[in-house]
Design a protein around this ligand. Structure first.
Ligand code: ZN
Length: 429
């Protein structure tokens, strides 16, 4: 996949990427011991990297605030633009694989939140482990060993087993063999209450931070999750790829998708108790299981393929569950948000490669304009072709990474139409 990205970069004339060594992360194996009193961690990440093209002498990971205590297999130097370069002890020959192990400790600057009896992650995985946050197109297997005080509950990627612990700690081993992008790596551990939701096929769990909500409240908040899962599965044409989906409920404002779970803050979901139509956060994070997690943008300039599609699918869920007026309201909201970007002079094409002045304006384009584009496309080619195209795109690229041209190809195939003018107007500019 990385290779395709490089080829595209060559075609598009991006010399900075073309000059990069072509490597591919195959696996990350991380061990972490959180210190709940000090709010620090001690950890170790074993990185398996492959030389995908020519020889590879070094690779880059995201710089973070942790202290590197030891490196085996290479050495780390800080480079500019928020990266650390890992120079291998010996250059890697084409097609070969090697591992580098980094031991570290300290207090992550972002991405790890210590609550009263709990610790959980949010988005910035490469702040608490060694990985590459900004290579969404480079998916890798992920194993996470958590060394925890006895009796805690944990949540991590894939499925859990136990290994003998040391120093009086219990070791929970979470292993995900399906490759995922680093920004989706995450975990939680602590004293949490668990609840189970009605479901047709897979296990639907909620893990809640203590004091976040009682079980009756949890059941009413998350009641429609199973129905949503069925809706997204049908539209994707791809079954949910795990035996279990967990929603981690924490206090505050979180709304974050991860490998096969989501982190949801009470502030984001509380409005649902007053109005059942306020279910966007459950729908948005669940929809990411297909669009974002399984089918992932090759780089951040294609991020609308994660967020625009999911914003649209949230509206589509609302249409199915609450009626057309609920869908229209989502589109009106998207139009208002895009208007703020236009006022700031940033009504950019969806796959624009430049920098946005703020997160709000970037989201107005990649989330809101993305959803409006799908709505326009749906109107243009009709419901039958539109949903067939979305299904084709999702089935074809499940487990892989995508660029806008992949989406266009599926939509053109399903509609039997040349959509290049429309894609030029909305997507490439
Ligand atoms: Zn999202």
């Amino acid at each position: 996949v990385r290779f395709i990205a490089i080829l595209l970069a060559l075609i598009l004339g991006k010399p900075s990427l073309a000059a990069e060594a072509i490597y591919d992360f195959a696996a990350f194996d991380t061990t972490i011991a959180p210190d709940f009193d000090e709010k620090t961690i001690i950890g170790e990440t074993r990185i398996t990297v492959t030389a995908a093209g020519g020889a590879v002498a070094s690779f880059d990971v995201t710089a973070n605030a942790l202290r590197v205590d030891a490196v085996q297999g290479g050495r780390i130097t800080a480079t500019q633009n928020g990266l650390w370069t890992v120079t291998l002890d010996a250059p890697l020959r084409p097609g070969r694989m090697t591992t580098v192990t980094v031991k570290y400790s300290g207090k992550p600057a972002r991405g790890l939140i210590f609550g009263e009896d709990v610790v959980y992650t949010s988005y910035f995985a490469c702040d608490w482990m060694i990985c590459a946050q900004d290579r969404p197109g480079d998916k890798a297997a992920f194993t996470l060993r958590l060394d925890l005080p006895p009796g805690l509950t944990s949540l991590g990627p894939g499925t859990m087993s136990r290994e003998p612990g040391t120093r009086g700690l219990e070791r929970h081993v979470w292993r995900e063999t399906r490759p995922y992008s680093s920004f989706l790596y995450g975990f939680a551990a602590g004293r949490m209450t668990s609840a189970f939701l009605p479901s047709r096929r897979i296990v639907l769990a909620v893990l809640a931070e203590r004091g976040a909500a009682d079980s009756a409240r949890i059941q009413s908040m998350f009641a429609t999750t199973g129905e949503m899962l069925d809706f997204f599965e049908a539209k994707a044409g791809v079954p949910f790829p795990h035996a279990r989906y967990t929603q981690l409920l924490v206090k505050g404002w979180e709304a974050q998708e991860a490998t096969h779970f989501s982190i949801i803050g009470t502030q984001m979901i509380d409005p649902i108790l007053a109005n059942l139509q306020e279910d966007w956060v459950i729908a948005h994070e669940l929809a990411h299981q297909w669009w974002g997690n399984l089918v992932t943008c090759a780089d951040w300039s294609e991020f609308w393929l994660n967020e625009g599609i999911v914003t649209f699918m949230t509206a589509a869920w609302k249409e199915q569950k609450h009626g057309r007026a609920a869908y229209d309201r989502e589109m009106d909201l998207a139009r208002k948000r895009l208007a703020t970007a236009a006022e700031a002079g940033f009504d950019k094409p969806l796959a624009w490669r430049g920098d946005y002045p703020s997160l709000r304006i970037r989201r107005a384009v990649q989330y809101s304009k993305g959803a409006l584009f799908l709505d326009a496309l749906r109107t243009e080619i009709g419901d039958g072709a539109f949903w067939a195209g979305l299904k084709l795109y999702t089935q074809r690229h499940a487990g892989g990474t995508v660029v806008s041209a992949d989406f266009q190809r599926a939509m053109e195939q399903a509609s039997q139409r040349d959509l290049s003018a429309m894609f030029k107007t909305w997507v490439t500019g």
